[in-house]
Design a protein around this ligand. Structure first.
Ligand SMILES: *[C@@H]1O[C@H](CO)[C@@H](O)[C@H](O)[C@H]1NC(C)=O
Ligand SMILES: [Zn+2]
Length: 569
């Protein structure tokens, strides 16, 4: 152990003792069982509690904050500046774990680079690619290749031919398979409503609903493999300062697995608020629907995930008007408007929070209509639906391209937009081509305009990196956290009228996520009675150069009063 670190640890132990001594001198800090509570003092503590926005010390009892205070006299504190534990408002736990155990294709600039990365992975995982254990990858983007990839691109390579592979596009709305997988399908594949089977320049890519053709054949990972991947995922999430996440869609079987895993304090180090996704997409499946709740807040399910459309990158999002660069199409809905409204009403009646994935302005309109109808059912005697929505907290996941009329309706009802700031900075390279300048300026990637609806911020990992500081940077600077640049290499942020302030962005990754998961006052805040989750940074975030956020490395992450991550250097 380096001398400095050892010195630091000794110092912290001493300081906790000092802090406890100070607490004992303070009559107002009385508590029932000081013996079992642990005190922590730092250089500064940001609380997100309006009654006491900053402090220096807090104590923890049974995984919950007990007291928060500023010592009467100045004390030397543990090095570090505390912020409340961060939450990702929209990620995919299992897919992230699987991603961490698969070929990382993000940023691959060419088909050769894709093949090279697969070969490197195969060197380390020689069993992958068999009939029972397909090789999985995620992150390719055909815009780098100049055309869609095909099964033959893989088959023509001597070392890769014959292997079973399923490689997801960057947005996970298309998958690219090898010849061995393609050969499992009938030679004459029928069209799939709400899906696309790519034929040009050859077979191999399946999008949206057509992905199910392949997924149905994919040998599902075992519970043991899933358990391993969840553990890997949680360790990575803790490393970037995340203490909790909203898991945007898990099947009933996976929810049952999660609920068992959540019993282990050692393995389950991220709080998870999962949205139920029926085995059949967009179904109403009350017989499989189980709600979960735990007093310790480690796992909860009370919401359902529905999907209105696909993604912008593959022209799959459903638009009111045709795409500017593909004028023969306006994308496609995964479910028509009346069926979406019907299924939303059914879930609301069953007591579930309804969260609808919507990217395009047609999908967002249908989502607003569906949620409004569900609210009307729930509160038939209320003219103003806002108080009703405040209780039900229905959400639109992504809320990416929204007609101004529907933005007004979202604000009036208080429907919660769940937004990923890094989607804006990843899409800025093609968004104007897809949408045209007018629609882009008035409708797309809004954050500031939707602020009063309390946007929840997240990353959509593994679609984007899980690091919330990259999301905070993208929200404030509207520039890519990877390059520090705006659209097409500009030094200026992209549509800065929609940028958030640091306080607003941080709230989006803490208090707003807590509200969207019915955990107000329990998560995203440091105050008595809240879950004792916090993150230690080297510098106060308020005075940091914002470019520093792009490369932020947290010092420590604590969940329920236990340290789950500490940086080694
Ligand atoms: C909408 O979809 C449902 C279910 O697939 C179908 O029964 C219904 O006919 C469709 N409605 C319209 C207007 O297309
Ligand atoms: Zn998602």
């Amino acid at each position: 152990m380096p001398a400095l670190l050892r010195w630091g640890l000794t110092l912290s132990v001493a300081l906790v003792a000092i802090a406890l001594a100070y607490r004992l001198q303070q009559p107002l800090q009385a508590s029932s069982s000081t013996a079992a509570s642990a005190a922590h003092c730092y250089q500064s503590v940001r609380t997100h509690d309006a009654d006491r926005p900053t402090a220096q010390c807090f104590s923890v009892l049974d995984g919950v904050f007990e007291d928060i205070w500023v010592p009467d006299v100045s004390i030397a504190a543990t090095t570090g500046h505390v912020i409340p534990g961060l939450w990702d408002g929209h990620g995919h736990l299992l897919q992230y774990g699987e991603f961490l155990h698969s070929v990382d294709l993000f940023g691959s600039q060419s088909l050769d680079e894709v093949k090279g990365r697969i070969k490197t992975y195969l060197d380390a995982n020689p069993d992958a690619g068999s009939k029972d254990q397909w090789l999985r990858g995620v992150g390719w983007d055909q815009t780098f290749f100049g055309r869609m990839p095909t099964a033959d691109d893989i088959e023509k390579d001597e070392t890769l031919n014959g292997l079973y592979m399923m490689l997801d596009r960057i947005d996970v709305h298309c998958t690219w398979v090898s010849r061995a997988v393609l050969d499992l399908l009938p030679s004459d594949i029928p069209d799939v409503p709400g899906g696309e089977i790519v034929h040009d320049p050859g077979m191999g890519v399946f999008c949206d609903n057509a992905m199910d053709l392949v997924l149905d054949l994919w040998p599902k990972p075992s519970p043991e493999f899933k358990t391993k991947t969840v553990r890997t995922a949680m360790a990575k999430l803790n490393e970037v300062g995340l203490v909790g996440m909203h898991d945007a869609g898990a099947t009933p079987g996976n929810l049952e697995l999660f609920s068992r895993l959540a019993d282990s304090e050692d393995d389950w180090t991220v709080r998870v608020y999962s949205m139920l996704e029926c085995d059949v997409r967009n179904a109403y499946c009350p017989d499989d629907a189980v709600k979960y709740a735990r007093d310790d807040g480690r796992f909860a399910v009370r919401s359902v995930k529905l999907f209105a459309d696909g993604a912008l990158g593959s022209w799959g999002s459903a638009m009111l008007e045709p795409y500017a660069d593909h004028p023969w199409t306006s994308g496609s809905l995964l479910i028509n408007a009346s069926a979406l409204t019907q299924v939303a009403r059914s879930w609301a009646a069953a007591g579930f929070q309804v969260n609808i994935h919507a990217i395009g302005d047609l999908a967002n309109r249908n989502a607003v209509n569906a949620l409004e109808a569900a609210l009307r059912d729930q509160c038939p005697d209320e003219d103003d639906l806002a108080p009703c929505q405040a209780r039900h907290r229905f959400r639109i996941e992504h809320s990416q391209i929204i007609h101004p009329d529907d933005q007004r309706r979202i604000l009036a009802m208080g429907i919660i937009p769940s937004i990923q700031p890094t989607h804006a900075t990843s899409d800025m390279k093609y968004a104007e081509d897809r949408l045209g300048p007018q629609r882009l300026g008035a409708e797309a990637y809004r954050m500031k305009s939707l602020l009063s609806a309390g946007p929840i911020l997240g990353s959509d990992f593994p679609v984007e990196p899980a690091d919330p500081f990259q999301g905070i940077y993208a929200a404030i600077a509207r520039k890519s956290p990877h390059t520090g640049l705006g659209a097409h290499g500009s030094k200026h942020g992209w549509h800065m009228d929609q940028a958030l302030s640091l306080d607003e962005a941080l709230w989006g990754f803490t208090g707003a996520v807590a509200h969207g998961g019915f955990m107000d006052g329990k998560a995203g805040v440091i105050k008595p009675g809240a879950f004792a989750d916090w993150v230690v940074l080297d510098e106060p975030i308020e005075s940091m150069d914002i470019e520093h956020l792009r490369h932020m490395r947290v010092r420590e992450t604590w969940v329920a009063g236990r340290r789950v991550y500490h940086r080694k250097d």
